[in-house]
Design a protein around this ligand. Sequence first.
Ligand code: ADP
Ligand code: MG
Length: 702
Amino acid sequence: MARPARPAPALAPAGEAPLAALPGVGPRVAEKFAARGLTTLQDLWFQLPRQYEDRTALTPIRALQPGVPAQVEGVVEAVERGFRYRPVLRVALGDDSRATLLLRFFHFRAAQAAQFAPGVRVRCYGTPRAGAHGLEMVHPSYRLLGDGEAPLGERLDPVYPAIEGIGPASLRRLIGLALDRLPDEDALELLPRDWLAALRLPPLRSALLTVHRPPRDADVAALLAGTHPAQRRLALEELLAHHLSLRRQRIALQRHRAPALDGDGALLRRLRAALPFPLTGAQQRVLAEIEHDLAQPRPMLRLVQGDVGSGKTVVAALAAMRAVERGMQAALMAPTELLAEQHLHTLRHWLEPLGVRVAWLAGKVTGKARAAALAEVASGAAQVVVGTHALMQEGVVFRDLALAIVDEQHRFGVHQRLALRDKGAAGERVPHQLVMTATPIPRTLAMAAYADLDVSALDELPPGRTPVQTVALSAERRPELIERIRAACAEGRQAYWVCTLIDDSDEVSAQAAQGTFESLSTALPGLRVGLVHGRMKAAEKQATMRAFKDGALDLLVATTVIEVGVDVPNASLMIIENAERLGLAQLHQLRGRVGRGSAASTCVLLYQPPLSALARQRLETMRTTSDGFVIAEKDLELRGPGELLGTRQTGLAAFRVADLARDAALLPQVRALADRLLAEAPDVADRIVQRWVGGAVRYASA
Ligand code: ADP
Ligand code: MG
């Protein structure tokens, strides 16, 4: 590849220097930095401002706008020290624009208060807001000016993320000192020059200096929006670092071996023939992708993204047959006992007629039953093992685990997936992994989040489902719903009523589940009503969910705990209260609980008016589409990626500069650049990862 002009040194030595090398950083300060993972000069270079303050100009007081930060200069017109609940200092400031701004301080020392005397010139910076007597600034930063000239700031002032125990001024000073030791451009640069030139992005050194010390003529609006070329340059390198880190994990995984499950597929075909339905096109395609991977002597790591109800379970069961026909084992792990139990019933129903033994391991399996299950798992008599986290516990030993399947993987951490994999590890050999999720991620994000996985999309629902009709209703129309529930249940159907909070004492005006349960029980005397919420004991919760599943309850009042995978095909009505509070992904998951049978189903989104513009858009999206991928794209647009991808899943939310929604257009470049570096300069790739992700490569051997 076109290397940087000079061969890069093995490590930029200045960057590796400990923070203690800076004047003013003793052991105590170093410790405070270390608590935030900052230990070297380089860490401070990459500790980027989260905001800027513009002190390069003065705003006339008359031109101030509420909520818009500004710098003003004026003369003290009046001072008042008062005591209303707590001491308060009020300073009225006037300027040539003949307007007055009130400065308000609640924490102040006597000496400080005494500085403000009528006639004194003050320059201050803050965010004005509307007060009782015009605009005011609460605790602005300020300084008193003498008679002479007081030059304005030369450039925007960076505002750094706070670090406990280090004041903002010291932080700014120390980062400044670290920046003074930035090496020259060639020593710092890791990206190929031709690439940067083609993208019209600056070299790293100048990008860092621009972002930390924006020149006076910098495009302030772009900097504040995070779209300045200097920021895009940094975002590119950061995205590249994360992408490379995931890719390296994948490469590490590929070095392992896995059993090639390349039998003739007869058992799988027998199961397929015995199913009461033909596979959808998407199921066939995804199954073929999985079978192809399983036949290789390298471990598969494949994610199946499929909307709720797209039929992931049967794909998992069919894949498991590939292990069983080779005399090996498959395990299926689900996040809740109820869900795991549902899988157990489904799999036993399908597999036992084929002579395949399915064992069960969950927290509540104890004593003799547990000992028996463990023995079956260890001897290999159990060909398929279904369970919860209990599968990963000590004492669980597989004879020969060839395929580890994790359902609803967003509920698990990466670590748990790996723990299950490690159950099947033997020397260099690891089992194949199949992870399934009903939380679709937009394609742009999938590339960043799952660079270490292959992704299959089950993007087609089985036929015969009647789409769920979704309506949005103002909470005032709640009484009509009582009738609707009565009518649905009179036809032998079941209904969900979902509340967003569980306790009346919560200051937010959400309807509490307990209260709703009581009022609905009263309003619907003929119906059997159940209640589940997060503060109930697990066993109690499960018992109620099971009663609902078995048809022993007509109406289930629930908080969002019912979100995950429970299948009650007879439920055809769902009411979601305060739907405006929930995000799109969550609404979509909840709605997926209905429309699982052949009856026409309805989802009612009850909202508390007035709706914010954002909430209106969300409800509108829910009303007009049921496609999980479309909803995910919309969610990304409305919320940004931080909330879509929990850190639990990927660690991606912890970006410093990059923002996946804003910088999505960079991702194809990131991928191409990663390909090139991995092929031509793996040492440079390592240094980029080290620089941005560093010791935080938590899943090093995934
Ligand atoms: P999810 O993808 O949400 O886990 P499930 O695997 O629970 O979905 O499947 C939902 C329902 O659809 C189940 O009752 C399952 O038996 C059924 N199903 C799966 N595939 C098909 C198909 N190809 N045709 C008809 N029904 C199917
Ligand atoms: Mg499922």
